[in-house]
Design a protein around this ligand. Structure first.
Ligand code: CP
Length: 310
């Protein structure tokens, strides 16, 4: 396993804050969590996780809460800000300075970019970014890497396509940064208006080979991993722009008819119609296993930041 790295009391705000060595260590610890996800453990007994979700979530919130409970800890929090005192006008800093008295670690989801970084500045307990605006979703990127490594046996040497809303999708943004630490060839497939933002491209193109395109069928036969994303309707400033790109990519059996036999199809979920239900029963569909991997990776992250990795 190698030398333990410094994670105790650490915030997880951006995937860019982590080196390849640190990410590999998180993936190793995640693997050790697999049996505990079935058997349960008491390593975090007495610890409390607060989940403060100012935006909807199914996977991130519930898998963090399940991860904490599987390790013997407990959870508090809210899943909609309407029922919290922010409704009365309380600001984020005061919310954090209050909740830090009740919890040992806080997972925050917020519509505003920079919210997790701001929260970390006010918090004495670790802040984990559970998704901020169109900015970042670092724990999703970690579980995506874990899934790729588990499914393909490696990350280096792979050809990976990120498909769909690369402009507003925070999962692909964090994943692109993370993949740029590995020896991969990245295909970015999107309509012109949803291309990956320049500041991301400028960073990742210095490190890895990146090819941008719009034609999914041309790219599918070349890749080992196809990572589809939802068009993020809620982040479009203009509904007319959303209408132009809605449903632009639909992955069905015909789409993957020329794919490599061992293609892996991933999606952070939720999906709308970008992956047809007929794909679900194919061996290539791994997105529900990906959601499961969210538990073990989040068990690892909670254990690491709480200094409880044995
Ligand atoms: N992948 C993801 O972040 O899903 P939720 O929005 O359901 O948490």
């Amino acid at each position: 396993m190698g030398v333990a790295l410094q994670f105790d009391n650490r915030d997880i705000i951006s995937i860019k804050d982590f080196s390849r060595k640190e990410i590999n260590y998180i993936l190793e610890i995640s693997k050790t969590m697999e049996p505990l996800a079935y058997e349960g453990s008491n390593t975090l007994r007495g610890k409390i996780l607060a989940t403060l979700f100012f935006e909807p979530s199914t996977r991130t919130r519930l898998s963090f809460e399940a991860a904490m409970q599987k390790l013997g800890g407990s959870t508090i929090g809210f899943a909609e800000s309407e029922i919290a005192s922010v409704k009365k006008g309380e600001n984020l800093a005061d919310t954090i300075r209050t909740v830090e008295n009740y919890a040992d670690v806080i997972v925050l989801r917020h519509p505003l970019e920079g919210a997790a970084r701001l929260a970390a500045e006010f918090s004495k307990v670790p802040i984990i970014n559970g998704g901020t605006g169109a900015e970042e979703h670092p724990t999703q990127a970690l579980l995506d890497l874990y899934t790729i490594q588990k499914e393909k046996g490696r990350i280096d040497g792979l050809k990976i396509a990120l498909v769909g809303d690369l402009r507003y999708g925070r999962t692909v943004r964090s994943l692109a940064f993370a993949l740029s630490l590995y020896n991969v060839k990245l295909f970015l497939v999107s309509p012109e208006t949803l291309r990956m933002r320049r500041e991301v491209l400028n960073t990742i193109c210095e490190k890895i080979s990146v090819i941008e395109g719009e034609d999914l069928e041309e790219i599918v036969p070349q890749v080992d991993v196809l990572y589809a994303t939802r068009i993020q309707k809620e982040r479009f400033p203009d509904p007319a722009e959303y209408a132009k790109v809605k449903g632009v990519y639909k992955i069905d059996k015909n789409t993957i008819s020329n794919a490599k036999e061992d293609l892996v199809i991933l999606h952070p979920l939720p999906r709308l119609d970008e992956i047809s239900a007929e794909i679900d029963a194919t061996p290539q569909a791994r997105y529900f296993q990906q959601a499961w991997n969210g538990i073990v990776v989040r068990m690892a992250l909670l254990s690491l930041v709480l200094g409880c990795v044995v």
